[in-house]
Design a protein around this ligand. Structure first.
Ligand code: ARG
Length: 272
């Protein structure tokens, strides 16, 4: 019930956010990152480049452990591994482009990248702009606070400053539930967590696995037991790229069936 109303609310919020971000997409270029996996080929990320052979360009925002993050100079994580496994199935090399989270939808729509793997949640509003494959993982929006915080559940968030990563579902839900004035959006989750540590915000709403990674890496923080929202992660492709969508869904089904997806998840997430 909660989830449904959140999703509906998200749909409404997204409409306005999407409108804003498409008008200001260039402003985020400064913060966008590097490329990995030496894209030495001249392969264009045309959306019809889906025949066997060639390269698949995955777009992501590599500040989201354990789904995507830097280890030395390489982007690693669940999404990177799944993309490579999919590439193997489809006979394609995979290169990874790192960019701001809020540039990903436009990048896939315009063919700059072929697919988004970024712990991206399926939402009705995003579905108006891109196609999603079947889901490959579940995410939960969690709340991080300082250990001494008086905030004990989502109900206590009202009247507090909440830090989020820009354009994520956490951003959308919190703006809707607590009002835009209560929410401060940061380019990365790590920046939001930094703001929590320095008292600029009172809580951070972010996906549960990155939340765990951030809390582990920073003293004095904890995750509240209450889940704020439960969501599905999937791969986004351009609407017109139905061939790639079908290929990815077939490959994904095979990788689920033979246990590859689960073993990739188990490699990065230890069961509690
Ligand atoms: N699941 C959330 C969303 O889709 C957050 C994803 C953020 N991903 C990232 N790679 N920074 O909005």
């Amino acid at each position: 019930m909660k989830k449904l109303s959140l999703i509906l609310a998200a749909a409404l919020m997204c409409a306005s956010l999407a409108a804003c971000s498409s008008g200001t997409s260039s402003s985020s270029a400064a913060a966008s990152g590097s490329e990995t996996a030496s894209a030495s080929t001249s392969s264009e990320a045309t959306t019809d480049d889906t025949s066997s052979g060639g390269t698949l360009i995955m777009g992501t925002n590599a500040a989201f452990p354990p789904y995507e993050y830097y280890e030395n100079d390489e982007i690693v994580g669940i999404d990177a591994d799944i993309a490579r496994a999919l590439g193997e199935k489809l006979g394609k090399d995979v290169t990874i482009e790192d960019m701001d989270f809020n540039s990903l939808i436009t990048a896939v729509q315009t063919g700059k990248i072929d697919m988004v793997l970024a712990g991206m949640t399926v939402t009705p509003d995003r579905e108006e702009n891109v196609s999603f494959t079947d889901s490959y993982a579940t995410g939960i929006q969690s709340i991080i606070v300082t250990e001494d915080s008086e905030i004990a559940s989502p109900d206590d968030l009202g009247g507090h400053k909440i830090g989020v990563q820009e354009s994520t579902t956490g951003h959308i839900y919190c703006s809707d539930d607590y009002g835009e004035d209560s929410v401060i959006a940061y380019t990365t989750g790590a920046n939001a967590v930094e703001a929590l540590k320095t008292g600029k915000v009172d809580a951070v709403v972010i996906d549960n696995e990155p939340a765990k990674a951030f809390v582990e890496a920073n003293e004095g923080l904890k995750i509240l037991d209450t889940e704020y929202a439960v969501e599905d992660y999937a791969i986004a492709v351009a609407k017109e790229n139905t061939e790639l969508l079908d290929q990815l869904n077939t490959a994904l089904a095979e990788l689920k069936e033979d246990g590859t997806i689960q073993s990739i998840i188990d490699k990065y997430i230890t069961a509690e």
